[in-house]
Design a protein around this ligand. Structure first.
Ligand code: SF4
Length: 451
């Protein structure tokens, strides 16, 4: 009998993995499983993996060593391995590499696990809900990306809208692990968001490896601007975000949709990866530094209050000091609201691993990372100082451990404030009293009509 059985999911990596794990949790809970806070006590243990960087993969292997020991001690525990380590075409050598794993799941596809549970559990005791689910296995088919046990305490959800990627940036393993680009049907996404709103979700983040390519592969063709407008028409959804955009696909139509404001946040995540033309060409990103500079100028001219985030890889093969300094100078010039900095990590299968030796020493990569981080902290601290005394709109996400409410501005900046009454999921105005580079603290003072 499945009632009373417990699951534990360990997740590492990007928001897409987080979304995959929450879909899986939701499906397991609909089958009668409940969350176990500790792996050791769970009947079913899932490891949702990331291999985008060596460091993430190393953490996965550490986790797997622990699970192999756990399986020896508790052979009845079901162990499932999920995500990019498995890949979209399951590697036939996986079962011999990980003999303690019972089932392997590609990214965004839980059907092998559901099938395994059906085959290995007492099927006569399946719940009626499970019997309904037995007719369909597809991951995105009808399940909400929020487990029922989280409803009432969470107000944000990630909704994948484009799966996979058909680009071939030379450093990136994702197309080899998540497969080619596939957009989900617009109607399916809108229905899902509608059901999320009914369950108390107030903020939606639409996800895709290149989210601004949404719909270009669908028949009839559509686009992200149309999807954003659909989602914005849903009552009770207060804010909508989307990530990650690619500079080559950020259209004027999309920019107009963001500029129109309303529920769509003035927040754009648009990775540049490097600020030197030769490095960008070897990365095969498909744009120049000037193209990127012009795009940022265009976005800021149209949406002056926008918050822009970018990604940078330091120490790409062959990156000289001067080439890195081009990146440093570009960041100093554009001063995005966030820079996610990664040290280059050679990944199997990628074009870079086959053609370019990983020749920037680790200590040099670290030096470059620290330089960019210091630059970011320095200009953000100065910029945020100017916000002191000003009011910002905050969507309240949770109470933090110290009792303060935590939320974000439309641009995605983290804000903390004190307030006794329950404000979860409300839009409030907060006067900023203290500002740092990465968080802001203020006073809740002018409740908006929604509160
Ligand atoms: S656009 Fe490039 S970096 Fe992004 S997922 Fe696709 S291949 Fe990777």
């Amino acid at each position: 009998m499945q009632g009373g059985r417990t699951y534990n999911i360990w997740t590492i990596g990007c928001q897409m993995n987080e979304a995959d794990s929450r879909y899986l949790a939701a499906r397991l809970e609909s089958l009668g499983y409940s969350p176990a806070p500790r792996t050791r006590n769970a009947d079913l243990v899932v490891v949702n993996t990331c291999v985008v960087r060596r460091q993430a993969e190393d953490k996965v292997y550490t986790r797997l060593r622990y699970l192999s020991q756990l399986k020896r001690e508790r052979p009845d525990t079901v162990v499932a391995l999920m995500g990019c380590l498995v890949g979209h075409k399951s590697d036939p050598s996986l079962p011999s590499k990980f003999p303690f794993v019972d089932v392997f799941l590609p990214p965004s596809d839980i059907s092998p696990l559901i099938e395994f549970l059906r085959e290995n559990e007492d099927t006569s005791a399946l719940s009626s809900l499970e019997r309904q689910h037995a007719a369909r296995d597809a991951f995105m088919d009808g399940e909400l990306p929020v487990p029922p046990t989280e409803l009432g305490t969470t107000i944000s959800a990630f909704v994948p809208v484009v799966l996979g990627c058909s680009h071939a940036c030379t450093f990136c393993i994702i197309p080899y692990r998540r497969g080619t680009e596939r957009s989900r049907p617009r109607k399916e996404i809108v229905n899902e968001v509608r059901r999320l709103a009914d369950k108390g979700i107030r903020e939606i983040t639409l996800l895709g490896q290149i989210v601004d390519r949404y719909g270009l592969d669908l028949d009839p063709r559509t686009d992200l601007a149309a999807l954003l407008s659909d989602v914005a028409s849903i009552d009770d959804i207060l804010r909508i975000r989307f990530l990650t955009s690619h500079p080559n696909w950020f259209t004027d139509r999309l920019l107009d949709t963001v500029a129109a404001g309303g529920k769509i946040c003035p927040s754009v995540e648009i990775p540049v990866q490097a600020g030197n033309g030769e490095v960008l060409a070897r990365m095969k990103r498909g744009y120049t530094v000037d193209d990127y500079r012009r795009l940022v100028g265009r976005i800021r001219a149209r949406v002056p209050e926008v918050g822009i985030s970018t990604d940078i890889i330091v120490g790409f093969p062959g990156e000289t000091e001067e080439q890195f300094m081009d990146t440093y100078r570009l960041m100093d010039e554009l001063q995005p609201d966030m820079i996610r900095i990664a040290k280059y990590s050679e990944r199997p299968q990628t074009l870079a691993s086959r053609h370019y030796p990983d020749d920037v020493p680790p200590e040099e990569k670290e030096r470059r990372r620290v330089m960019l981080e210091a630059l970011l902290a320095d200009y953000l601290e100065r910029r945020h100082c100017e916000l002191q005394g000003r009011d910002v709109e905050v969507l309240v996400e949770a109470r933090s451990r110290n009792g303060r409410w935590r939320g974000r501005t439309p641009q995605g900046k983290l804000v903390f404030f004190d307030e006794k009454c329950d404000l979860l999921g409300k839009l409030v105005r907060v006067k900023l009293d203290w500002t740092g580079a990465f968080s802001l603290i203020g006073t809740h003072r002018i409740p908006t009509p929604e509160t």
